[in-house]
Design a protein around this ligand. Sequence first.
Ligand SMILES: N[C@@H](CCC(=O)N[C@@H](CS)C(=O)NCC(=O)O)C(=O)O
Length: 415
Amino acid sequence: MASSTLLLNPTLLHFQIKKRNTNSTTKPRTRTCHVSPRMSLQQQQQPPNSDLLTSITRLLWGKSLPPQLLISTVRTTWNSIWLLMMKQLAPSDPSGSYTRPISKFRANFNSSQFSRQKPGTLHLYVALPCPWAHRTLIVRALKGLEEAIPVSIASPGIDGSWEFRETRYNRGDDLIPGLDSVNGCKNLKEIYRLQRGGYDGRSTVPMLWDVERKEVMCNESYDIIELFNSGFDGVMGNSNLDLSPPSLKGQIEEWNRVIYPKVNNGVYRCGFAQSQEAYDIAVNELFSTLDMLNDHLGPSRYLCGEVLTLSDVCLFTTLVRFDPVYNVIFKCTKKKLLEYPNLHGYMRDIYQIPKVAATCNFGAIMDGYYKILFPLNPGGIRPAMPSGCEYEALSKPHNRESLSSVDKHIQVHVL
Ligand SMILES: N[C@@H](CCC(=O)N[C@@H](CS)C(=O)NCC(=O)O)C(=O)O
């Protein structure tokens, strides 16, 4: 998701066009061009401000600007602005590869400190489009921690930051973006600033807030799901479910080492690449990993065999966004997830675990990417939901139960 998104500045555009024209040796021609700017604009579907654009180009170049000059000027200008916006949205290394900033508040959890934890003394901040925050919602639900750890759900603001406001999503469950129910702040930045000593860095979700101390406890999703998985066992929630059993810890770590860079962050490395080379590397790594995972999940119900683990939760939140979002806006185009039968069945298997579907709000997910990531989708048009991602399609039988003898039904705690 976005850090902050710059808006196209018309003053800058005007200035650059003018400057370019001044330096140009090409004189405006009157009769030799084949298509006048007005005609070429009319031939296309006209945006609402096309008249204004036509007036500006006339003012700058007279009636008939050579279209090639107009196109190359706009192209160069747009390219520079795009790079500027991308730098703000997605930091990259010199080769143009996206480099995700490191989370500032890492957990130093000592399980014994939670044995006296009272419900409501920790508060979770999330946003529904975000795959990292989605992990925490799933583990919170499966572990039955909904009442113990209340949640406030942020909405994306126009500049890509997270804010709290009433929303129109009407889903009949509690996972609807709304207000900040613990600090009453208007946006996430304000909450991070409440931190003793202040804080002015990236204000990301998910974030776990210590209500009594009034400080950020952690803003790294994997630390939070580890805490939710075992930190409250015997005190609150469902202690019978262990998503990271000691016997599988090694395997879980190995899967995470592959899935995080190549898939979870891999889709972002495709979408936020700022050079062709960086994109090519990311997209090839992503799809060779998906090929491998599809083979692995043929005979194996979950990544580590017969039981669901934290690695599966992490993989799921990327897979469920793949066809409606990443395939399109992040150019993860080699294949759709639907073309991977094992991966698609595996994704449906997890989706159908009680309580998981309620954490997937596709309307909010689609809006969060298509309407907010301005440099990637300047028109803000949200494409139609692929039919394979509708609730009915995701609820179809996956026939994967037979791959697991011990874990036919995940035991979740229904409050
Ligand atoms: N490594 C972090 C990543 C969290 C993250 O990047 N969250 C995005 C939303 S998907 C965010 O809040 N971005 C806001 C910003 O960068 O300002 C985690 O796993 O928790």
